[in-house]
Design a protein around this ligand. Structure first.
Ligand code: C2O
Ligand code: CU
Length: 463
């Protein structure tokens, strides 16, 4: 039933861009692991229709369509993909939120060599967790992500509750001038503050697209905040909406979506109960900032299915190791501002400044000589990251390869869940508890890319 609905939506109602590219289809419908292994992901330059002033040139994207494909995987099943780099600069792919082998993590120097233009790299791993994740480069990231390289990953679990439809939204901005062409991504003055904001807001590379879904039906809405800068305060008007997962992992108890703040790198899975009346519209809004923005709308079609969110079973838990707080080692992390010029010589695009640091050390970026790890952890042991943010900015802090449990914030009520990205507020102190169960060097950085690229990056080592 759900499959039929989903396929119907696939063919008809969703605007182009929601489900495009052979990869998503192969991953979803190909029954055999070998069918998945044949997949190639091309990174290439291109053009895209983002504004109505004509095509935006100088786009970078993955795959054949305008918008990077949704990569579909299954929890516990092998996935393989060859990156084929047809850009004229080096790139890599990082699988944000997937707890996979360190060699597959996509960080130049630390975990793999650059993939130069004309070259390729074979990624192969088994995603251990179901949920909504995403993929993006870890090289010249401001430019490459700013120009389009960011796609959503859906890891399915056969035990997932059945919805009447699924809608996946890649939420991001573009820094375009009035002529629809790119303008400078980086303004040093802004990088030293909240970051440089885009000018055109999109969902799946469209401005406020509308999606159709069955009236009175339950939609699994998967949102990924893939912008390089913008923090969102999300609200849905005109329909009942409950958060069922945060950053890929199930919420301990689902709760109504109400002015929920998410930062770059974060994801939300929402159970959206469509209005009963045919033609009625629900609206996803960002209420942050002075002017609320409509990100997407959802229109009810057909006669009401009369579903209730309360009938939805809980999401299956992911196999995450529970931190043993009685035997935890605490590690301090302090975020800070810094100010120094740097040579602009990096292969992966140094921005020429350090404005930020973690534990007073700004990241040496892609100098070929990264700083020492900020912490060394023993495999299987529990650690608590005591993170302090004395800066006046909000920072979405992302840890690769491991999942943590946010606990004991000095400023926010914490909903129990596992995550890979924590949005820390100005003057906040928070504890992130984790089991260091995945060996390797794991990057820990702010996901406001200008902060990341001007020093707010470091890494920890698990041996
Ligand atoms: Cu989403 Cu270091 O990355
Ligand atoms: Cu930051």
């Amino acid at each position: 039933m759900a499959m039929l609905t989903r396929r119907t939506l696939l063919k008809g109602a969703l605007v182009a861009g929601a489900y495009v590219g052979g990869i998503g289809l192969a991953g979803r419908f190909g029954g055999l692991a070998s069918a998945q292994a044949a997949t190639t992901l091309v990174a290439r330059p291109g053009e895209a229709m983002i504004t109505d002033t004509g095509p935006t040139r100088g786009i970078m994207t993955y795959g054949d369509a305008e918008v990077p494909p949704i990569l579909r995987m299954r929890r516990g099943e092998a996935f393989a993909l060859r990156l084929d780099n047809r850009l004229d600069e080096p790139t890599t792919v990082h699988w944000h939120g997937l707890r996979i082998d360190n060699r597959m993590d996509g960080v130049p120097f630390l975990t793999q060599p650059y993939v130069y233009g004309g070259d390729g790299f074979d990624y192969a791993f088994t995603p251990p967790d179901a949920g909504t994740f995403w993929y993006h480069p870890h090289c010249n990231t401001l430019e490459q992500m700013g120009r389009g390289l960011a796609g959503v990953i859906v890891v399915e679990d056969p035990a997932d509750p059945v919805f009447d439809a699924e809608i996946v939204l890649n939420l991001r901005d573009w820094r375009l001038g009035g002529d629809g062409q790119f303008i400078a991504q980086f303004k040093p003055r802004d990088a030293a503050r909240a970051g440089t904001f885009g000018t055109v807001r999109t969902a799946n590379w469209r401005q406020s697209p509308q999606y159709d879904a069955p009236a009175g039906g339950l939609v699994r809405l998967r949102l990924a905040a893939t912008d390089v800068t913008r923090i969102l305060t999300l609200q849905i008007e005109g329909a009942e909406a409950e958060v069922i997962a945060l950053d890929g992992n199930p919420a301990a108890t689902r709760f109504a979506l109400d002015h929920l703040m998410i930062g770059p790198g974060q994801r939300l899975d929402i159970a959206l109960r469509m209005p009963d009346t045919e033609g009625a519209v629900a609206t996803l809004k960002d209420l942050r900032g002075t002017k609320p923005a409509t990100l997407a709308t959802f229109r009810a079609v057909g006669t009401s299915l009369k579903r209730a969110i309360g009938d939805l079973p809980a999401l299956a838990a992911n196999p995450l190791p529970e931190p043993d707080l009685s035997a935890a080692t605490e590690i301090p992390f302090i975020l800070s501002a810094s100010a120094e010029e740097r040579p602009k010589d990096g292969i992966c695009g140094s921005l020429g400044y350090n404005f930020w640091a973690i534990n007073r050390v700004p990241w040496a970026d892609d100098s070929g000589d990264p700083t020492a790890p900020l912490a060394e952890m023993k495999a299987g042991k529990t650690y608590i990251f005591n993170v302090k943010n004395p800066t006046p900015q909000v920072h979405p802090l992302h840890l690769h390869g491991l999942a943590f449990r946010p606990m004991n914030s000095s400023k926010q009520a914490i909903r129990p869940h596992f995550s890979d990205t924590y949005l820390i507020l100005p003057d906040e102190k928070v504890q992130l508890a984790l089991v260091a169960d995945n060996p390797g060097d794991w990057v820990f950085h702010c996901h406001i890319i200008e902060h990341q690229k001007t020093g707010m990056t470091s890494y920890v080592r698990v041996t």
